[in-house]
Design a protein around this ligand. Structure first.
Ligand code: NAD
Length: 357
């Protein structure tokens, strides 16, 4: 295990900057794509994931196999395991931590609220405790969420807008994460960059997200439920393609300033930044379904229902000026182009190879 971690964390000779990155949530959707992108350019990459059962573990294991083929070792462990994290930091000197592990999804909080607190609050604090004591301290880039804008009615959402009305426990824990990381930045000099992702989609995506289960159900001829706002108004999302988000993450890692502390002591003022990573083009869910019908060459059986109070907000829309100016972030993939790639992957992964659920 130690040898595998050490090898995985070794930058290759073509590495431009010699970064060594711990990617938490590496067997997840965004984490697996990002780990591969970092490895391709020569960074040392070590993954951490607890392979929980929130959704299909086979999918997480398939992503892990892809990473292993690329020479990335994913440690099977939990953010809350302090001993394990200390050990990882003893074996490898991480220049950066890309923190993506979290309990995602808004509706699951009604079944399992404690999983949000365990991973998104307690797990985050545990990770920060280890990072703060590391010498040198890594710069931390982590995934917040557009959900922090909550019941905000002002669009597009920009980073300075209010975030004091979360509509779900998930959103509340992401908002808490922003406050917690700020305190570690202030007290211990940790360099922190929070990225508010907006509905990320694409190949190897998450089965709990609408574009994914709509595809599955349309192909099976099963009825799908589409929620709508008052007076049949559209629910819309600023769908953002995975490759665009990955580019934003890589650029956030590259522009992150070094932490200013070491061994738990602060030595100067460190960077604390928050950026929206969205697509700037909200698309109604009804339009998402019609694109899927076209790509799948199958009519969906639709049921329309009013949007319940289950944590979902009516719309999301990112203002990305800050990320454009400071990270050079430029999303380039429109929804139809991105969904075409998702559907191609879905069909080959689940239908042709008959992978199990
Ligand atoms: P994902 O669920 O596919 O990935 C998260 C991974 O973290 C999973 O593989 C899970 O097993 C792992 N994990 C969860 N709790 C853990 C713990 N305590 N210890 C170790 N591993 C743990 O989700 P994703 O879509 O890849 O999201 C990545 C990050 O981006 C998350 O923080 C999520 O909240 C955030 N985010 C995602 C979206 C999106 O649309 N995908 C939008 C906004 C924010």
């Amino acid at each position: 295990w130690e040898r595998r971690v050490r090898n995985s964390g070794q930058p290759t000779s073509n590495s431009i900057n010699g970064h060594v990155v711990l990617v938490t949530g590496a067997a997840g959707f965004v984490g697996s794509h990002l780990s591969l992108a970092l490895k391709r350019r020569g960074d040392g990459v070590v993954g951490l994931d607890n392979f929980n059962h929130y959704y299909d573990v086979n999918l997480k294991k398939s992503r892990q196999r892809l990473l292993e083929k690329a020479g990335i070792f994913v440690v099977n462990g939990d953010l809350n395991d302090k001993e394990l994290l200390d050990k990882l930091f003893d074996v490898v000197v991480f220049t950066h931590v890309m923190h993506l592990a979290a309990q995602a999804g808004v509706r699951y909080a009604m079944q399992n609220p404690s999983s949000y607190i365990n991973s998104n609050v307690a797990g985050l604090v545990n990770l920060l405790e280890v990072c703060k004591s590391a010498n040198p301290q890594p710069a931390i880039v982590w995934a917040s969420s557009s959900s922090v804008y909550g019941l905000n009615s002002k669009v597009p959402f920009s980073e300075k807008d209010r975030t004091d009305q979360p509509a779900s426990l998930y959103a509340a824990t992401k908002k808490a994460g922003e406050a917690i990381t700020h305190s570690y930045n202030h007290i211990y000099g940790l360099s922190i960059t929070g990225l508010r992702f907006f509905t990320v989609y694409g190949p190897w995506g998450r089965p709990d997200m609408a574009y994914f289960f709509f595809t599955k159900d349309i192909l099976k001829g099963k009825e799908i439920t589409i929620y709508e706002g008052p007076d049949h108004s559209s629910v819309a999302r600023d769908f953002t393609y995975i490759d665009d988000v990955v580019k934003g993450c890589v650029s956030a890692l590259d522009t992150a300033k070094k932490s200013t502390g070491s061994g738990g002591k602060k030595k100067g003022t460190a960077q604390y930044r928050i950026y929206n990573l969205g697509n700037t083009t909200p698309v109604p869910v009804t339009k998402l379904v019609s694109i899927l019908e076209k790509l799948l060459k199958t009519k969906a059986k639709k049921k329309m229902l009013p949007l319940p109070r289950n944590g979902d907000v009516k719309f999301t829309h990112a203002n990305i000026t800050l990320a454009q100016n400071e990270l050079g972030y430029r999303p380039t993939t429109d929804l139809e182009t991105g969904l075409k790639k998702f559907v191609k992957w879905y069909v080959s992964h689940y239908q042709e190879k008959k992978s199990s659920w």
